[in-house]
Design a protein around this ligand. Structure first.
Ligand SMILES: Cc1ncc(COP(=O)(O)O)c(C=O)c1O
Length: 392
C-alpha cells in the first residue's frame, strides 16, 4: 500500500495555475499574495499511477489526435459500477472537454431562445451564465435554509416545471456550494416532477466521489427506468483526482434519442479526449481508489478542523454541514456586514481569496465559500487570517 502525504506543501505558483496566478489574484482579489482558497481544484499531487501513466505516454513522444478508445470508456463504466453500483454501457457515454462545455452544448441542443432552465440557487455560478448566454431564461427555485439545513422547495419546483417553456433542470448533485448530498427521496421527487412536466434532468455529478459518511451518492439515472430515460448524467474524474487542467468529462446518456441529438452537435465540432486525458482517466478509474480513500480521510479531518476552529475562535461564523464536496459554505450573517464590507474584509484585511457567496445567486448573500482541499497548515493559516480580520 502507498501512503500519500497530503500535508506536503507544493508550490504551484509557476505552473500556470489560475488559482495561484499572481496576476489573477492581483486583478481579482486585490493582492498577488492573497492566499487562494477559491476555485475548486486541490493543492494535492494526484495519485502516483496517474503521474506514471502520463510520463509513460509523454516518453512515447508523438502526440497526434486522440480518440475515445474502448479502454477510456470502459474505465468510466468500471468506476460507476465500483463506486455507485450503477451498471452503465460504454455506448451511453459522450465525451466533452469538461462539464461546462457539456452544459453549453446541452442548452444549445435542447432549448430555443426564450426557453427556461431550472436551477436552484445558491448554486455553482456558471449555470446561470450558460443559460442566459444561450438566450434562455433562468427559472430559479431557491433552496430553503431552515435550522442550518438546505432543502428543495418542491411546491415551487412543480409550479416552475409546469410552464411549457421550461425545458431543462440543472440539478447539482452533490450541490456546490451548499454541500448537500441529495437523498433518495429528494431525488425521487425531483425526478417525478420533471417527468410529469416533460422537463429533462441534467444531473451534474462532478463532485459525486467526494462524499462523507454516512452520506451516499445516488446517480440520478439509477433510480428508475423512467428517470434513466429522462436524464443526462454529467460525470468526470476531474474533481475526484485533481485533473481539471486535463479537460475530461464523461456525459452519460442512456436514452438513445437524446444521446444521438447531442452527439450530432458534438460530432460537428469533432472533439475527442487528448492523449494525456485518455491515459489519466484510465489510470484514475482503475488505480486511483486507494488514493481517493486516503484523500477522503484527510478532507474529513480538514472539515473537523474547520468546525473546531469556528466553534472555539469564531463562534459567530457558522459552517453549513458539508455532506459532500471539498467546499465549505460559511455563514457570516450573524456579523451583519454588507456583501461589499465582507468582501473588503476578506480581500484587504485577511488577504485571502474566497468565493463571495452572492455570486452563487440569491440566498448566497453574506456567505463565503472556502475550498479546504489543501494541506492543513494552509487551512490553519487561512482561518487564522479570517479570525484576525474579524477581530481587527
Ligand atoms: C458543479 C460543478 N459543475 C461543473 C464544474 C466545472 O466542470 P469542468 O471543469 O469539467 O468544466 C464545477 C467546478 O467547480 C462544478 O463545481
Amino acid at each position: 500500500m502507498t501512503t500519500y502525504n497530503f500535508d506536503e506543501i507544493i508550490d504551484r505558483r509557476e505552473t500556470d495555475s489560475i488559482k495561484w496566478s499572481k496576476k489573477y489574484l492581483e486583478e481579482n482579489f486585490g493582492d498577488e499574495d492573497s492566499l487562494p482558497m477559491w476555485i475548486a481544484d486541490m493543492d494535492f499531487k494526484v495519485p502516483q499511477p496517474i503521474i506514471d501513466a502520463i510520463i509513460k505516454r509523454a516518453q512515447h513522444g508523438i502526440f497526434g489526435y486522440g480518440h475515445k478508445s474502448d479502454a477510456f470508456l470502459e474505465a468510466a463504466v468500471h468506476w460507476q459500477q465500483k463506486r455507485n453500483g450503477w451498471s452503465i454501457q460504454k455506448e451511453w457515454i459522450l465525451f466533452t472537454p469538461g462539464i461546462i462545455p457539456a452544459l453549453n452544448f446541452i442548452v444549445e441542443t435542447f432549448c430555443r431562445p426564450g426557453d427556461k432552465v431550472i436551477l436552484q440557487s445558491p448554486v455553482y455560478y456558471p449555470f446561470a451564465k450558460i443559460i442566459t448566454n444561450n438566450g434562455c431564461q433562468i427559472a430559479n427555485n431557491p433552496l430553503v435554509l431552515t435550522d442550518g439545513e438546505y432543502k428543495m422547495n418542491f411546491e415551487e419546483l412543480e409550479k416552475i416545471a409546469q410552464d411549457s417553456r421550461t425545458k431543462l433542470m440543472f440539478l447539482c448533485s452533490p450541490h456546490n456550494p451548499v454541500g448537500r448530498v441529495w437523498s433518495y427521496d429528494e431525488l425521487k421527487r425531483v425526478g417525478e416532477i420533471c417527468l410529469k412536466h416533460n422537463v429533462l434532468v441534467i444531473s451534474d455529478e462532478i463532485h459525486s466521489d467526494l462524499i462523507y459518511l454516512p452520506h451516499r451518492h445516488i446517480p440520478f439515472a439509477s433510480i428508475s427506468e423512467d428517470f434513466k430515460m429522462n436524464s443526462i448524467v454529467c460525470t468526470s474524474p476531474s474533481k475526484t483526482f485533481n485533473l481539471a487542467g486535463l479537460h475530461i468529462s464523461d456525459i452519460i446518456i442512456p436514452n438513445k434519442t437524446i444521446r444521438e441529438e447531442l452527439n450530432h452537435k458534438l460530432a460537428a465540432i469533432d472533439i475527442d479526449p487528448g492523449v494525456f486525458a485518455s491515459v489519466a482517466q484510465i489510470a484514475a478509474y482503475h488505480d486511483g481508489e486507494e488514493w481517493l480513500e486516503q484523500l477522503l480521510h484527510y478532507l474529513q479531518a480538514n472539515l473537523e478542523f474547520i468546525e473546531k476552529f469556528l466553534r472555539e475562535r469564531m463562534p459567530k461564523v457558522k459552517l453549513i454541514p458539508t455532506e459532500g464536496t471539498y467546499l465549505a459554505w460559511l455563514d457570516f450573517r450573524a456579523l451583519g456586514y454588507t456583501d461589499s464590507e465582507l468582501q473588503q474584509l476578506m480581500q484587504k484585511n485577511a488577504k485571502i481569496a474566497l468565493d463571495d457567496g452572492y455570486i452563487f445567486g440569491s440566498g448566497g448573500e453574506s456567505f463565503q465559500r472556502l475550498n479546504f482541499a489543501c494541506p492543513r497548515e494552509t487551512l490553519a493559516k487561512a482561518l487564522e487570517r479570517i479570525e484576525k480580520s474579524l477581530n481587527g
